[in-house]
Design a protein around this ligand. Sequence first.
Ligand SMILES: [Zn+2]
Length: 236
Amino acid sequence: MSALVPGTLPGPVWVAAPHPDDEALGCGGLIAALTGAGQEVWALLLSDGGLSHPTSRTYPRERLAGARLAEWRAGLAELGVPAARTRALGLPDGALGACPDALARGALAAFREAPPGTLLLPWARDPHPDHRAAWAPLLSAARAFPAVRVLAYTVWLEERGDPGDHPQPGEARSLTLDVGPWLGRKRRAILAHRTQLGLITDDPHGFTLPPGLVKRALGGTETYHEVPLSTQEVPA
Ligand SMILES: [Zn+2]
């Protein structure tokens, strides 16, 4: 696997996150490296994140979504991305597959504000339905910028992926980044997502980030799978 050299990525760099925390877990080190080097990084949040604690009484959906948006911006601030460079589409958490057109339209409108040189997004077969559903609409929006480099990050692939979920030979060019110098900032960005780390205690069905996943995310290496935009299937 080749080493990713952050300084070679053309800007502006957009990072798309289906849920608040995906960007910190999947590419927090790279974002910190880029902003630290003066690169312009923008972030696009796809869903409202409002489904993680469906039966909490203290955090009904609207309050939860508001808290998660604030956590997202706080985490990104740790990584050097100011709130002015964040955009949130507010699509329904858990149902991104039901709104591909709204996702593609919203992403395109956001990208036009700062035409991307690089797009970071979850890998096509990262094992979460919202992550998979985001792939085609995001690439469709990215196609308006033919020179854009597309690098996929992973969140759930290592812990939950089947062999077929991983990139197959010839499908992508895999790159690794040693995030050592930026690990402290990545840790603070992840820890900003307090609602996903045990803050809400009145929902037996509530979601908590698995400690093993967090530990790996802080393990010091990020892996990216770069795909050529031109050969990706055009969604029907
Ligand atoms: Zn996610």
